[in-house]
Design a protein around this ligand. Structure first.
Ligand code: ADP
Length: 155
């Protein structure tokens, strides 16, 4: 069984995340969207809300599930017996950051190497990020066009 963990904050889920999962779904038997919860971080949406957005959005994707974890992504992957991490790349800054993390994760996993699989952002989606969506929400702008239907809630 080829399973990938797609880790992130998803605060909130955007059409950029959706694009990556939709394109990766046929490539893996199973995708676990895993919300990494850091108790020191302040989120705009609660863990429950973020889980709900993802659950509703991917309700019609039989091989996509949602979960959450604290701690290192590789420890979570090990606990689920998963050897692939899925990440999206938007720009050179993502590349530099992700390269260091992926190489670290490979080094830290001695046996059963965990490989990170990258999908390039689709044309027209590369500018979308959760932080921009949060900024638009906090100033009352039209964030709805950047997020899936389930996230277009009254805020
Ligand atoms: P993190 O805090 O781990 O970066 P995010 O929720 O911001 O969590 O992102 C999770 C993953 O989704 C990352 O791999 C990120 O590169 C990817 N991603 C976010 N927005 C886009 C987008 N517009 N196109 C492609 N990938 C994206």
């Amino acid at each position: 069984m080829r399973t990938a963990v797609f880790p992130g904050s998803f605060d909130p889920l955007t059409l950029g995340h959706f694009d990556i999962v939709e394109r990766a779904a046929p490539l893996f038997d199973r995708i676990i969207i895993a919300i990494g919860q850091n108790s020191k971080k302040n989120y705009m949406f609660s863990l429950e809300q973020r889980m709900e957005f993802i659950k509703k959005t991917f309700a019609d994707f039989p091989n996509v599930t949602v979960d959450h974890f604290e701690g290192l992504t590789i420890d979570y992957c090990r606990s689920k017996n998963v050897n692939f991490i899925l990440r999206g790349l938007r720009n050179p800054a993502d590349f530099e950051f992700e390269k260091a993390i992926a190489q670290t994760n490979r080094t830290l996993t001695h046996e059963n190497k965990i490989e990170t699989i990258f999908l390039l952002t689709s044309a027209g989606k590369s500018f979308i990020s959760s932080s921009i969506v949060r900024e638009i929400i906090s100033f009352g702008g039209e964030y709805e066009i950047l997020v899936p239907e389930a996230v277009r809630v009254k805020i």
